[in-house]
Write a protein that binds this ligand. Structure first.
Ligand SMILES: [Zn+2]
Length: 461
């Protein structure tokens, strides 16, 4: 199949210009003006923007949690992502403490095989580190194409590793060219604040927020970057929410460290006042929690200052009845919210349309930087000859209202219900095939491919 996209404004992380794009098979074959190819299909992109397909490096599909699972699986989750212009996601495999990484990998392969519609990869969460796991880390990088390792500084007894394990993991990952990613919050402090609130009978969603103050994230972010400095390992802090944590990173940039930062759409747009809505606040119970308006200002500045490289979602939806598991105890509310579908549109509306970020910066943080940091560039993350034809034709002027009634995520509420956005994903190509057209998904489950990733050291200077 061949497709010719005519007259679009092609946007990459470095420039934007009017051009035609010719796609043959799975890749971009030519970019130029007045291209004359006899293509099977022509798309008129006059007055439209053309972006590289979005990459969301932080999603949880079909994730086990407290005896239940996040409500989007690989089929519904990657379909919803495509509707919004995200052509690839990176999910998290969770090692069970006491078990191997390879067993965890098999479990997640079963979840995705034959179901994914969009492309995907996995981060490997190391929740139990020892000499045997160290050997498996090397095998993941060398044999499986998985070069990023997630760690938790919170959730003791389930996911957390201690600082000694963290340093040993960093040494191995550094040696073999990967990257260590982190949920950076001080788990011990948070656990004691949760216990204190529960003992005092403070059980509403507001106390989820009050049990995770900014300092718990700032402290852990600083500690993580110090361990990176000691081991000279590249690191990536997921879902950063606040000024204090950003300042911890700002301080260590003076040491010329390789530390990358991701924030998520919700932290740029929503704030903690939502937790004052009694139990309805459970819709936004996630960790870390939403913060203050001053933190949003700091995060937008961090994007423009180059301290924050990626905007993801931490998509981890639960149905309202699942959220109700915590009706009488905030600590039993499943953590997470639906976000995978609207990241590209919301960031365009809030960022580009409102004049906070430029078009190239938008592409950088929605696609290019994730591709570079996670070892997929330039196959993914840009519009260039030879790159995968993952392309989004985007109408910058179309207004629409976000609602659970019209979204494609398998979740019965929206975190942004009624929000008016300007700019809408119109047509999406995934590896040269039409994925989304006229509001419909044209691809079948099983179309999505597992993308083997290179070492981070090969794509990041
Ligand atoms: Zn997450």
């Amino acid at each position: 199949m061949s497709i010719l996209i005519k007259n679009g404004c092609v946007v990459t992380a470095s420039e934007s210009y009017i051009a035609d794009i010719y796609v043959e098979g799975q890749q971009i074959v030519a970019i130029g003006q007045k291209l004359e190819y006899g293509a099977d299909k022509m798309i008129d992109a006059t007055n439209k923007l053309v972006f590289p397909g979005g990459i969301d490096p932080h999603v949880h599909l079909d994730m086990p949690f407290m005896g239940t699972h996040s409500s989007d699986d690989y089929e519904t989750g990657t379909r919803a992502a495509l509707h919004g212009g995200t052509t690839m996601v990176i999910d998290f495999i969770l090692q069970t403490q006491g078990d191997t990484l390879h067993n965890a990998l098999k479990t997640w392969q079963k979840k995705s095989k034959g179901k994914a519609i969009g492309d995907y990869s996995y981060h490997m969460a190391v929740t139990d580190f020892n000499d045997d796991v160290a050997k498996e880390v090397v095998q993941m990088i060398e044999d499986e194409g998985i070069s990023s390792f997630k760690t938790f500084m919170a959730y003791k007894g389930a996911l957390m590793i201690d600082d000694g394990q963290m340093v040993e993991l960093m040494k191995v990952v550094k040696e073999y060219g990967g990257v260590v990613t982190v949920h950076a919050t001080n788990g011990d402090m948070i656990d004691s604040l949760i216990a204190e609130n529960k003992a005092e009978g403070n059980l509403s969603p507001l106390y989820h927020y009050l049990s995770q103050p900014e300092i718990t994230e700032a402290e852990a972010s600083g500690r993580f970057t110090d361990m990176l400095y000691y081991t000279d390992c590249p690191g990536y802090i997921v879902h950063m929410t606040c000024e204090g944590a950003l300042n911890a990173v700002r301080r260590v940039t003076r040491r010329n460290q390789k530390v990358f930062v991701e924030t998520c759409m919700q932290y740029l747009m929503l704030d903690a006042s939502l937790y004052e809505k009694d139990f309805e606040g459970a819709k936004w119970v996630m960790s870390p929690p939403l913060r203050e308006k001053k933190d949003q200002i700091a995060l937008w500045s961090g994007i423009n200052q180059g301290l924050i490289q990626v905007v993801g979602t931490d998509h981890c939806p639960f149905m309202w009845k699942q959220k109700k598991m915590g009706e009488n105890d905030f600590s039993k509310i499943p953590n997470g919210h639906p976000g995978i579908e609207h990241r590209m549109e919301l960031l365009f509306s809030e960022g580009v349309h409102k004049g906070r970020i430029s078009l190239p910066k938008y592409v950088e943080v929605t696609s290019t930087n994730a591709a570079k940091i996670f070892g997929m560039y330039p196959r993914k993350g840009t519009i260039a000859i030879g790159s995968d034809a993952d392309l989004v034709v985007f109408d910058p002027n179309k207004e629409h209202v976000i609602s659970a009634k019209t979204h494609h995520m398998n979740c019965d509420y929206s975190a942004y219900e009624g929000h008016k956005a300007k700019g809408k994903t119109e047509t999406v190509l995934l590896r040269g095939e039409i994925a989304i057209e006229n509001g419909e998904c044209k691809l079948k489950p099983g179309h999505g491919q597992f993308i083997r990733r290179n070492k981070t050291s090969k794509t990041v200077i």
